[in-house]
Write a protein of this length. Structure first.
Length: 156
């Protein structure tokens, strides 16, 4: 009888120990390994001859982690745009005058070049450089290699 109770107590003890160890492992896996302690700022103000001490606890801004560039085997990227209104802005570049529509058009229709209104110069966008033939009829654009989503074409 005593031997049976001793085995039972050992079983209960080992079960509790296994439960505690698994809980510790689970909680340590969930903990943020890069946790930054809060910043404590204390300021002393003198107002009408009375000293006032103000202490604030600030949470530091988290450092974003770099996301590796997508490979060709990854799924398509979905761009979700939000507007502060109920209607979708027009995206016809010929007729829109809405600021939200203009922002959307500039992001959707990226050109080979863009016009810099500050210095009145044409600058590269998708094209890294371009050449114009002597007669002005043939324009040859060299596309950038670092743009995601645009296939390189030898001739258009």
């Amino acid at each position: 009888m005593i031997e049976k109770q001793s085995k039972h107590n050992t079983f209960i003890f080992l079960s509790c120990l296994a439960f505690i160890i698994s809980g510790i492992v689970l909680f340590s896996a969930c903990a943020d390994s890069q946790e930054v302690p809060p910043i404590v700022v204390t300021e002393v103000f003198n107002i009408a001859g009375e000293e006032l001490i103000v202490t604030r606890i600030l949470e530091p801004t988290p450092t974003p982690t770099a996301v590796p560039p997508a490979s060709e085997s990854d799924e398509a990227v979905v761009l979700d745009l939000s507007f502060v209104r109920t209607s979708v802005p027009g995206i016809d570049p010929q007729v829109t005058n809405d600021p939200d529509g203009i922002d959307l058009i500039e992001n959707l229709f990226v050109g080979l070049t863009r016009y810099n209104h500050v210095n009145n110069q044409v600058e590269p966008a998708l094209a890294q450089s371009w050449e114009v033939s002597e007669n002005g009829h043939i324009w040859t654009f060299s596309l950038r290699d670092d743009i995601f989503g645009y296939a390189r074409a030898s001739a258009w």
